[in-house]
Design a protein around this ligand. Sequence first.
Ligand SMILES: CCCCCCCCCCCCCC(=O)SCCNC(=O)CCNC(=O)[C@H](O)C(C)(C)COP(=O)(O)OP(=O)(O)OC[C@H]1O[C@@H](n2cnc3c(N)ncnc32)[C@H](O)[C@@H]1OP(=O)(O)O
Length: 166
Amino acid sequence: MADPMPISLPPHHPQCLGCGPDNPAGLHLDVHRHGDTVVTDITFDPRHRGAPGLAHGGAISAACDDLFGFVLYLVEEVAVTRTLTVNYLAPVPLGQPHRITARLQHRHGRRLHLEATGTGPDGLTRFTAEALFLTVDHNHFAPHGADTEVQAMFTHHQPHDREHHN
Ligand SMILES: CCCCCCCCCCCCCC(=O)SCCNC(=O)CCNC(=O)[C@H](O)C(C)(C)COP(=O)(O)OP(=O)(O)OC[C@H]1O[C@@H](n2cnc3c(N)ncnc32)[C@H](O)[C@@H]1OP(=O)(O)O
């Protein structure tokens, strides 16, 4: 079957570290939905340097964490990272595009189990990641941000009004 047409997904908000276009220190991820996966192509540059010539593990981790945040558009619920594990399988050179693909592996009540793979232009998988996100409601964010920002966030995500079952 032909690949589904990619659909562009909006950033979480303009200043988001992972995807916000207005964050000067951000990764500026551009994310598309491909069927039940979300995909971004990222080229780490000298701002993301760890060892000379190589991407910092924290930058790779941040990219995976933020990409997992785009799976929430598919789940249509708001959730936050509880655990994140990155498996660094091979060094990631700066200046080479890497494709990260993420998906929901399975769900159990509030628990969203997510997985991601990062592959280089040579086809080598250099990192994988697994995360547990827990769904939250607006009370999670309300004390920490401007009311309008929180409202906009929920309008965009249109979380289902649902009970949390474990
Ligand atoms: C921002 C703009 C867009 C907005 C969209 C969204 C963000 C997108 C942005 C994306 C950016 C990237 C993303 C980011 O950067 S998100 C930012 C980084 N993450 C955070 O700041 C989260 C901080 N943590 C918390 O606030 C709380 O701990 C949360 C809310 C997560 C849970 O506290 P809460 O008190 O609510 O829950 P609970 O502790 O009772 O646990 C609930 C259930 O879960 C089970 N459990 C717990 N741990 C584990 C485990 N390890 N394995 C298996 N199960 C586990 C636990 O036993 C329990 O089960 P049960 O006993 O009920 O059966």
